[in-house]
Design a binder for this molecule. Structure first.
Ligand SMILES: O=C(O)c1ccccc1N[C@@H]1O[C@H](COP(=O)(O)O)[C@@H](O)[C@H]1O
Length: 203
């Protein structure tokens, strides 16, 4: 199967224009995470999603958010996928997956092979392997991925400099980019286009 691509951390109208032109498979919105410079208020989300090309799946990224708040935001905004990027436990992942009616991605911070092995027990539709807290622009030791048993999103410092190696060596379900497609802290149209173009040329 061809590796897909997600562009994460959109928050401006221009960002929607950029992804509509580049056409990644998924795009992500960091919601109610004030410690992130990519944070956006869910109030503004519906308006952005109305402008999004229907062929791009919008993913809501939450960090240790209350379950009912996640379910309400998904219901009201039209998000098509949920990414849990904090310390959410199995029970919460299961509840959200059963109730929200959209697929759930569970992010796991990888420091060792054991982190990847343990993640196999999560009742999520997809796992996402990342470095640290998310959106850091840093990679982890990819040799840990040799223990991965199910389809996963690969995140953490992915860009055009290392995407070829990531895809050809590990065949992730999707690569997930944020920092590498920004200039001066905002999304960059050309970097997004180049990243999506490179991914399509690889697979
Ligand atoms: O991007 C953030 O600020 C962020 C904040 C909180 C949770 C997740 C966040 N981003 C996720 O990080 C990876 C991309 O990381 P990178 O910048 O390319 O290294 C992706 O999964 C985003 O959803």
């Amino acid at each position: 199967m061809k590796t897909k691509i997600k562009i994460c951390g959109l928050r401006r109208k221009e960002d929607i224009v950029y992804v509509n032109a580049a056409r990644p498979d998924y795009c992500g919105f960091i919601l109610n995470v004030p410690q992130s410079r990519r944070n956006m208020d869910p109030e503004g989300l519906k308006g952005l999603l109305e402008e999004l090309d229907p062929g791009i799946v919008p993913v809501g990224v939450f960090v240790n958010e209350d379950t009912n708040t996640i379910l309400r935001i998904v219901r009201e905004s039209g998000l098509k996928m949920i990414q849990l990027h904090g310390q959410e436990g199995e029970e919460m992942v299961r509840t959200i997956r059963e109730t929200a009616g959209v697929p759930v991605i569970k992010a796991v911070s990888v420091k060792s092979r054991e982190d990847v092995e343990r993640a196999a027990g999560f009742p999520a539709d997809y796992l996402l392997f990342d470095c640290g807290t998310g959106g850091t622009g840093r990679s982890f030791d990819w040799s840990c991925l040799e223990e991965a048993k199910q389809p996963y999103f690969l995140a953490g410092g992915i860009g055009i400099h290392n995407m070829k190696e990531a895809v050809e060596r590990f065949h992730p379900f999707a690569v997930d980019l944020s920092s590498s497609v920004e200039t001066d802290g905002v999304k960059d149209e050309k970097k997004i286009a180049d990243a999506v173009h490179m991914l399509r040329s690889l697979t």
